[in-house]
Write a protein that binds this ligand. Structure first.
Ligand code: AKG
Length: 250
């Protein structure tokens, strides 16, 4: 995938870029098989309650390994897109499968990812998440919602909202009036690249249909992380192959 000048301009203006069908149906089917088959997802699933007490379930990891999730995280379609949007080389930060299941999937409160990551010591907000839809994501099943252009606000204060960390609710009430609310409805295999200061949330999933996604987060290699008195420097994400499905799993 090649990002055009227009894509980069749009990302810088809106704080996100939707790329339709970045992954094929066959690739998505393989990812869903992996979610349902256990493996890394089953071994690392936990949940956070939203403000209504519904469970927002996810499986999270910080290392690339010898598995399919790592092949997807390092495929050039994704990593090169991220590098272009960051304007720098990219390091893998973490991957997570969001299990927003039918009838039960909890909401995510308004937040910026950098609201969390600043507290984890990252010096700059030059970080990106790539949200890959595994199921169709619609208003009914709790698609991601963003405030278009809100990455330009810089980092807001975050605190406890339910069991989650969310952006200051008073400030959200005001800034919601200033930015366009976009429901990011997505087909399976489409990907949303978004800036770590973009305000986003999602509603619970009380529908009949799952809304699962794989989110991979990257850090600019020039963005160290404060750990105690030291700075941790991240190295480049390996770049694998776009042909991962044919090469590895056929
Ligand atoms: O999966 C969702 O609906 C929200 C995920 C999210 O906000 C995040 O990972 O930062």
């Amino acid at each position: 995938m090649v990002m055009t000048f227009e894509d980069v301009t749009r990302y810088e203006r809106d704080g996100y870029l939707l790329v339709n069908k970045l992954f094929t149906r066959e690739e998505v089917d393989r990812m869903i098989q992996e979610v349902e088959g256990g493996g890394r997802v089953a071994g690392s699933t936990y949940s956070n309650s939203d403000s209504q007490g519904l469970k927002a379930k996810l499986a999270l990891w910080f290392e690339l390994g010898a598995d399919m999730w790592s092949d997807v995280s390092s495929c050039p379609r994704v990593v090169n897109g991220v590098r272009i949007l960051l304007g720098e080389d990219a390091a893998f930060f973490h991957g997570k499968v969001m299990l927003k299941e039918a009838h039960s999937g909890g909401a995510w409160e308004w937040h910026q990812d950098y609201g969390y990551w600043y507290d984890q010591g990252f010096i700059y907000p030059n970080m990106i998440s790539v949200f890959i839809s595994l199921d169709a994501a619609t208003r009914e099943n709790g698609c991601l919602q963003v405030l278009r252009g809100s990455h330009k606000l810089g980092r807001l204060e975050h605190g406890r909202v339910g069991q989650q960390t969310g952006a200051d609710t008073n400030r959200i009430k005001q800034v919601e009036k200033m930015f366009e609310l976009v429901h990011c409805e997505m087909e399976p295999g489409s990907a949303l690249f978004f800036h770590s200061n973009l305000l986003h949330c999602s509603a619970p999933n009380l529908s009949e249909r799952h809304r699962r996604s794989f989110i991979v987060c990257y850090n600019a290699t020039g963005n160290p992380q404060l750990q105690g008195d030291n700075l941790k420097h991240y190295t480049s994400c390996p770049v694998g192959t776009d042909d991962w499905l044919q090469k590895m799993y056929k």
